[in-house]
Design a protein around this ligand. Structure first.
Ligand SMILES: [Zn+2]
Length: 217
C-alpha cells in the first residue's frame, strides 16, 4: 500500500495540485489545502484507469467541471455520518482517520459531480429526485472504492459479507465494498443481466445524458 506521504509527494511533484488550485483561482471557493490534495488524488486516479477498461472518462474534463459544482469543503462532527453533499458544499466528519476520510471524500465528490438540480429537483443518472437512491449509493460507493484502491495501490477484494444488510441476517452480499454492499451487488446483477460491464454502468453516472443512454441499453 502506498503511504499518504508518498502519494501526496507524487501529486505535488507532478504539478497536478497546482493545476487544480488554478482551476479554482477566480472563484471564491473555500477549500482547505488537504482537500486540494485529495481532489488531485481523485482526478489522478481517474487518469490511471485506462479509457476502455476504465470509466470512459477524461480526467481533464472531470477536473474542469469541478469549480462550477464545488465551492466549500469543511469538516465538523457529523456523528455517525461519514460525509454529506449539499449543493456545492461538502462536509466531512472531523472524527474520521485519514484513510476513512479519503474513501468517503471520494464518495462525496462523486455525488457532487453526478448530482444536479433539474426544475429544483435533485437528479443524477441513477436517481430522479424520487426513485433510484438505492442504485445511486451503490454506484457512488463502487466508483469511490475503485478510485481509492487505485490511488493506494491496493486491490478491491470480493468477499462474502455476512450481517451487512440491516434486519436481514439471512442475506450475505458478495461484494468488495466497505459499505452499501447490497446496493453494489444489485448493481453487479444489473450489469450482468444487461450485459453492460460494471465500469460502463458506473461511467453513465458522470454523464448528463446518462439516464437516456441507460434507457437505451
Ligand atoms: Zn452517498
Amino acid at each position: 500500500m502506498k503511504s499518504r506521504t508518498q502519494r501526496e509527494q507524487e501529486l505535488l511533484n507532478s504539478g497536478l495540485v497546482d493545476s487544480i488550485k488554478e482551476l479554482f483561482q477566480n472563484t471564491n471557493a473555500n477549500i482547505p489545502e488537504k482537500y486540494y490534495l485529495l481532489i488531485a488524488d481523485y482526478i489522478d486516479s481517474i487518469g490511471q484507469l485506462d479509457f476502455e477498461g476504465g470509466l470512459y472518462l477524461d480526467p481533464i474534463n472531470v477536473a474542469r467541471m469541478l469549480p462550477n459544482l464545488l465551492n466549500t469543503i469543511s469538516e465538523e462532527n457529523l456523528g455517525g455520518i461519514h460525509g454529506k453533499t449539499d449543493g456545492n458544499k461538502i462536509t466531512m466528519n472531523s472524527t474520521l482517520d485519514y484513510e476513512t476520510n479519503k474513501l468517503y471524500f471520494f464518495h462525496e465528490i462523486t455525488h457532487a459531480l453526478q448530482t444536479r438540480y433539474v426544475n429544483n429537483q435533485e437528479e443524477c443518472s441513477f436517481y430522479n429526485g424520487k426513485t433510484g437512491m438505492f442504485l445511486t449509493e451503490g454506484a457512488t460507493q463502487y466508483t469511490a472504492e475503485i478510485l481509492y484502491h487505485l490511488s493506494n495501490e491496493t486491490n478491491l477484494q470480493y468477499r462474502e459479507q455476512p450481517n451487512t444488510v440491516r434486519g436481514h441476517a439471512e442475506h450475505t452480499p458478495y461484494s468488495p465494498l466497505s459499505e452499501y454492499q447490497l446496493n453494489g451487488s444489485i448493481l453487479m446483477l444489473l450489469s450482468g443481466s444487461l450485459g453492460v460491464p460494471i465500469n460502463q454502468l458506473l461511467a453513465l453516472g458522470f454523464r448528463k445524458d446518462g439516464r437516456q443512454l441507460k434507457r437505451n441499453v
